[in-house]
Write a protein that binds this ligand. Sequence first.
Ligand SMILES: NC(=O)c1ccc[n+]([C@@H]2O[C@H](COP(=O)([O-])OP(=O)(O)OC[C@H]3O[C@@H](n4cnc5c(N)ncnc54)[C@H](O)[C@@H]3O)[C@@H](O)[C@H]2O)c1
Length: 264
Amino acid sequence: MAAGHLLAGRVAIVSGGGGEIGGAISSLFAHEGAKVFVLDISKEKAQATVDAIAADGGEAMAFSADITDPEQARGAVEACVAHFGKLTNLLNIAAALTPAGSVETLSLEDWNRAFAVNVTGGFLMCKYAIPQMRKAGGGAIVNIASSHAHIGVPKRPAYCASKGAVLQLTKVLAIDHAGDGIRVNSISPGAIDTLRAALQRFPSREAANAAKGPSYLLGRTGQAREIADGALYLCSDLSSFVTGTDLLIDGGYLAFKGSLTHPA
Ligand SMILES: NC(=O)c1ccc[n+]([C@@H]2O[C@H](COP(=O)([O-])OP(=O)(O)OC[C@H]3O[C@@H](n4cnc5c(N)ncnc54)[C@H](O)[C@@H]3O)[C@@H](O)[C@H]2O)c1
């Protein structure tokens, strides 16, 4: 596919950029002209994303950091600006893997880790990125929430509560930084065909997609690229009048789920 230019001149940090959705976002952003700082707790996974971007002719840098650590989050932003000269976009994609369990069975450690990565990690990245984005004349932030931020899901108290917090954090960030020229939005994906999502309850991706697909109005689970397309919209000038909102990319899951509880 020919390279685009929707993000020409932009520099983006993608946390969780070594993961499947973060990798798809990083690749699409580089393809559209952004310089991408691929941040992941796993250096190997970040490097794999950067290698794919380089093969496509894009520009990216791999960086290993744990976003729950304030010094590592600050260091990542500093390294990005030192390498690329500025920062215009931040995508908070990283999330903890949290086992299923009610509040009775979920450990405090797993609860705390979910909030540390899913909420505090995003808070810290914003804390250090926003001054740089202001210096660059503005930009856009995207936080990844989930369809599970909108509904209760059995045995997922930490995931649902932490993703709900991401929705609210997004709104307040949008309010506080509109005057800086920084737009802040979230994306709520439905089930996306990734290993992480599959292996939480199913033996394989195929089994997960077969079981989950019928719950979606569009009859299937989503692809990481479909989340990347939403992130591209929210970080490009195509969404210049959009801030403080949540973009549901869920194949109609929430609309459909609601209908299941109300027989015609
Ligand atoms: N896959 C889905 O069905 C789905 C649905 C809704 C929302 N989401 C959200 O999308 C995002 C990406 O999901 P994915 O399926 O691509 O998962 P993934 O596991 O492939 O990617 C997550 C990445 O985050 C990294 N990471 C974890 N903790 C980190 C930390 N402390 N510091 C830095 N990096 C860290 C991991 O190494 C991994 O590469 C998550 O926020 C997830 O909650 C996914």
